[in-house]
Design a protein around this ligand. Structure first.
Ligand code: ATP
Length: 367
């Protein structure tokens, strides 16, 4: 049964619909991320769950109880903001203690719970320090300890790592996920960082203009994006427009122009997974191919002849931008230590049919 349920949740400011008819069920112990570009309504949604913003319409239920109009402090949720909002005049231990004192937890019990919470975030030795004496990552962990110490039914995180530098941020992502697994707290995190959402969530909720576009496991959202927006938001994607020129029970053929036909066995994944709409002759579709699923080869060996326009060294990979008759394409190759292609090189671009996703915008689903 769903633990946190949002039903038709909406928030309007005058004519502006910040969040529209949002429906979401979060399971107990699940880690869900709200992901999307700036202004898509992520923070508004989180603030409505926290109770800091009144809802315009809809319902929020926690463990079967309607909390839509319950005051924030009576919801008892743990919240960590981007700014951490630690009390500067209190030590680390006092910051963590605060929520317990507010709830009238006795002093002896408080000491044990503070120790436990600081141990969880590996700050046991820094309880007497003040926030100004801590690094950004340490402050972030104090904020997490302060939210977790009250043992909230749900932990709400709003861009909790956006103040950290790239390396620390990556470390903290692993740490946050490990802590969440250990304590099992149902968690909803807001982020605009797709890599962060993909790496630590059980499910991602991709939002666009106040609405949910797709809810899925990170792997499925990346591999089977239902719209162009999702495919391009969750990483890089080559989008190739085409037209269905053959649609039979066992095969779909897409004309990409320039004598290029992509054939797809219709009995494979697409029909089994999303039977809502069958593609018909003349339908416009977009093919989505991730750069890492393309391969560069000798000029006459691939499906497409191309020329390397530019290349970028990413450490573990090379990212090439190539010009082809289908336009600019991005190709990402593992750096295996060999000599890379150079700018101006004539190359072939190749792919296998199972690397291709058909995105049918009319039906708002991918095949
Ligand atoms: P970001 O990643 O930039 O924080 P977000 O996805 O969290 O963005 P929200 O802060 O939820 O976006 O805002 C959603 C929309 O609602 C935006 O268009 C924003 O300008 C608008 N908005 C938010 N708060 C208010 C307010 N108090 N009054 C009027 N409009 C608001």
């Amino acid at each position: 049964m769903s633990f946190l349920t949002l039903t038709d949740l909406s928030k309007s400011y005058g004519n502006l619909h910040a969040v529209s008819d949002l429906n979401l069920s979060v399971e107990k112990g699940e880690f869900v991320s709200l992901l999307g570009p700036s202004g898509c309504g992520k923070t508004t949604t989180l603030q409505m769950i926290a109770g800091f913003i009144d809802v315009t319409r809809g319902r929020i239920a926690l463990d079967g109880r309607d909390i839509t109009h319950v005051k924030p402090n009576q919801r008892g949720l743990g919240v960590v903001f981007q700014s951490y909002a630690l009390f500067p005049h209190m030590t680390v231990a006092e910051n963590v203690s605060f929520g317990l004192e507010m709830r009238g937890v006795a002093k002896a019990e408080r000491a044990g719970r503070i120790r436990e919470a600081l141990g969880l975030v590996r700050l046991d030795k820094l309880g007497e320090r003040f926030p100004r004496e801590l690094s950004g990552g340490q402050r972030q962990r104090v904020a997490l300890a302060r939210a977790l110490v009250i043992e909230p039914p749900v932990l709400l995180l709003d861009e909790p790592m956006s103040n950290l530098d790239a390396k620390l941020r990556e470390d903290m992502q692993f740490e946050l996920r490990a802590i969440q697994r250990k304590v099992g707290t149902t968690t909803v995190m807001v982020t605009h960082d797709q890599a962060e959402a993909l790496s630590i969530s059980d499910r991602v909720v991709v939002m666009e203009a106040g609405r949910i576009t797709q809810v899925d496991t990170p792997y499925r959202a990346y591999e089977r994006p239902q719209t162009q927006f999702v495919s391009q938001f969750l990483g890089k994607a080559n989008m190739l427009p085409g037209v269905v020129v053959h649609a039979a029970d066992d095969q779909i053929r897409i004309d990409l122009g320039h004598d290029l036909i992509e054939t797809r066995d219709a009995s494979s994944t697409q029909r089994a997974e999303r039977p809502e709409r069958r593609l018909g002759l003349g339908d416009a579709v977009t093919l989505c191919i991730r750069p890492e699923k393309l391969r560069l080869c000798a000029p006459d060996a691939g499906r497409l002849a191309a020329r390397v326009a530019s290349r970028f060294f990413l450490g573990s990979q090379w990212l090439y931008r190539v010009d082809s008759k289908l336009g600019d394409m991005l190709v990402c190759c593992q750096n295996e230590g060999g000599e890379p292609f150079a700018e101006g090189d004539a190359v072939g671009v190749d792919w296998t049919s199972d690397a291709v996703r058909f995105i049918d915008e009319d039906a708002r689903h991918a095949h």
